[in-house]
Design a protein around this ligand. Structure first.
Ligand code: PNS
Length: 158
């Protein structure tokens, strides 16, 4: 069985990679679908985010990366893959995920969501937190892969 893992990955963190790793063990193949979140203003371009995702997931042989602009349901409708993975962290994720899942399902009833729980050590890791730490020159090696750390240092000149 195949699944997709959509997100804005601005940038990819060890929290995301933990979900990719779990998904890659459950499914025969996982496609990370890089998209824009209209509620967020991205720091990195799609190309920059794509490069960081590729580099930091290269160890997973059944994982590939694609870019999609538009609605998630448009991607699902044109693909044979109908299973969508999302990671869950603390409770605050739930309301947003619930709203998104039920809205998406109304637009595309064949879509099925699967939620994976992140490792305890990444419970509070988010792209926003990683960007904030980088902005003030903090240590990132616990939260994000080396390529992300390098690109963040370039962005913030720290
Ligand atoms: O990593 P994120 O930012 O939580 O990912 C959110 C994402 C990109 C999956 C979501 O914003 C999305 O699906 N964007 C595409 C537009 C869309 O389909 N919106 C409908 C949501 S109800």
């Amino acid at each position: 069985m195949k699944a997709i893992y959509p997100g804005s990955f601005d940038p990819i963190t060890y929290g995301h990679i933990d979900i990719v790793k779990r998904a890659s063990k459950i499914f025969d193949s996982v496609t990370i679908v890089l998209m824009n979140n209209p509620r967020k203003n991205p720091l990195f371009s799609i190309d920059e985010r794509f490069k960081m995702i590729k580099e930091s997931t290269k160890e997973f042989k059944n994982v590939n990366v694609k870019v999609h602009t538009g609605l998630l349901v448009q991607y699902v409708k044109t693909s044979s893959v109908k299973i969508v993975i999302r990671g869950l962290r603390a409770l605050e994720d739930f309301e947003y995920e619930f709203e998104m899942a039920l809205t998406n399902r109304q637009m595309c009833p064949e879509l099925e969501m699967v939620y994976l729980m992140t490792d305890l050590k990444y419970l509070f890791v988010s792209s926003s937190m990683v960007k904030e730490i980088a902005q003030f020159g903090g240590e990132l090696n616990k939260w994000a892969p080396p390529i992300v750390e390098k690109e963040l240092r370039k962005k913030f000149q720290r």
